[in-house]
Design a protein around this ligand. Structure first.
Ligand code: FES
Length: 434
């Protein structure tokens, strides 16, 4: 059987186990997933109060670049200004309510509404109204400019908060920058950007990525490359994580492997290691990968100096409340952003974005084309396709009169922790954070 050892101390990303809060064992009511009344509470008390990822800084790199994004009923316009600052506005023209921009992204030195050509500058100020003299009540610019939203940046992402009295982003993120700055997300290149319409509540999707209980069932092939048992779970104030050993195999297989499994052998070959060297000692692969990467960092083109050894092999999986789940590896990051539907608690938008650290000397790829598809129209890769199969059926089951709520195991306690934070928002615990 593989013995998993973990770094006890790190000068960089903390690896130590966080104290376990007592979250109880109560059933989690299904109404939080299916009820329109709860959906409204979530909007009023949570979505409109928390910091959310709007876009990648790289997506609005140049002055005049803009991107539109939706959260719930709101469309937002994120713009790069003449002064280099990113700003977020409600994407609504104050004339007759048209969306100022309909397209997903573009570049323009002014933001002109397509209906009657009211024009706003990149700071949102209304600067031109055709036939202005015909408005006998006047066109007061201070009342009719675009409504700005709090905007900050971290990790190469633009974040926004609909609450004008919101606490600073750094306070909201708490321990996250200390944990994740060593990965330098800001230097990673985005290589995939897809939104999928899923027929489930946004939390149904978050839950799917916050536990490994399902791995043995719907991802049997992962048993030959990861350990889904010796998983460290850490629950912080609002956010949480688990640390999953990769480059190894699952104790659930019930026996020591003699040969390196094919999938793991391919991962070794990709970095120049030979699986044949580990015949009869497959349990040593994970540690050997860590040492190999450390010794061959220059050859591989990566700077591993800010990582502990475990980070060179493992998935440090973080959840940033409420809707970001991310698989964080030494050379890559896969981020899922789960967004609520505007009116239906049984629907959501699932954003899959993948990022790579580009090895030294290799060209940085251009931004990928953005795709927005319905479930099933496009493969997201084997594992995510496997994940997505159950979700609409979970949502349908939750609507059954026979089902009461989530019956959560200890392995799934990140889900319980997320609900604790959610209910803290709903109950006003964070109402006076600013
Ligand atoms: Fe925008 Fe009329 S609605 S200019």
């Amino acid at each position: 059987m593989v013995a998993i050892t973990r770094v006890k101390e790190s000068i960089h990303t903390p690896a130590e186990k966080a104290p376990e809060p007592d979250l109880g064992n109560e059933i989690i009511p299904k109404e939080r997933y299916i009820s329109k009344e709860f959906m409204q509470l979530e909007w009023d008390r949570m979505w409109s109060k928390v910091w959310l990822v709007g876009c990648r800084e790289q997506e609005i790199a140049e002055v005049g670049d803009y991107i539109t994004t939706d959260i719930g009923k709101e469309s937002l316009l994120i713009v790069r200004g003449e002064d280099g600052k990113a700003r977020t506005f409600y994407n609504v023209c104050n004339h007759r309510g048209n969306q100022v921009k309909f397209d997903q992204c573009g570049n323009s030195r002014t933001l002109q509404c397509a209906y009657h050509f009211w024009e706003y500058d990149l700071t949102g100020r209304l600067v031109n109204v055709p036939d202005e003299e015909d408005f006998h009540q006047g066109c007061p610019k201070d009342q009719l400019s675009l409504k700005a939203i709090k905007t900050e940046t971290w990790g190469g992402f633009v974040w926004f908060n609909l609450n004008p009295d919101a606490e600073p982003l750094a306070d909201y993120l708490g321990m996250i920058p200390k944990h994740l700055d060593p990965y330098h997300f800001e230097n990673m290149a985005m290589v995939m950007n897809v939104t999928v319409n899923w027929d489930c509540n946004w939390k149904t999707a978050v839950d799917a990525f916050n536990e490994v209980y399902h791995v043995q069932c719907i991802h049997p092939e992962l048993s030959y490359t990861i350990d889904d048992v010796d998983v460290q779970i850490d629950l912080y104030e609002r956010h949480n994580r688990y640390l999953v050993p990769f480059k190894t195999y699952s104790p659930r297989l019930g026996e020591d492997l003699d040969e390196v499994p094919e999938a793991l052998a391919e991962e070794l070959a990709a970095i120049g290691m030979n699986a044949d060297d580990f015949k009869g000692r497959v349990g040593e692969v994970r540690r050997a990968v860590q040492l190999y990467k450390r010794e061959n960092a220059d050859k591989l083109g990566y700077d591993y100096s800010e990582f502990n050894d475990d980070q060179l092999s493992d998935d440090y999986h973080y959840m940033i409340f409420p809707n970001i789940t991310m698989n964080v590896m030494a050379e890559s990051m896969m981020m899922f952003r789960q967004r609520p539907h505007e009116s239906d608690p049984n629907k959501m938008y699932y954003d899959v974005q993948m990022f790579m650290t580009i090895p030294k000397g290799k060209p940085v790829p251009p931004l990928p084309d953005y795709e927005h598809v319905n479930h099933g129209e496009r493969s997201l890769g084997l594992v995510l396709d496997q994940d997505s199969v159950n979700l609409p059926h979970v949502q349908k089951g939750m609507n059954s009169d026979a089902y009461k709520g989530l019956w959560i195991s200890s392995q799934e306690r990140r889900i319980r922790h997320m609900h604790k934070t959610l209910m803290d928002y709903v109950n006003g615990v964070y109402a006076n954070d600013a």
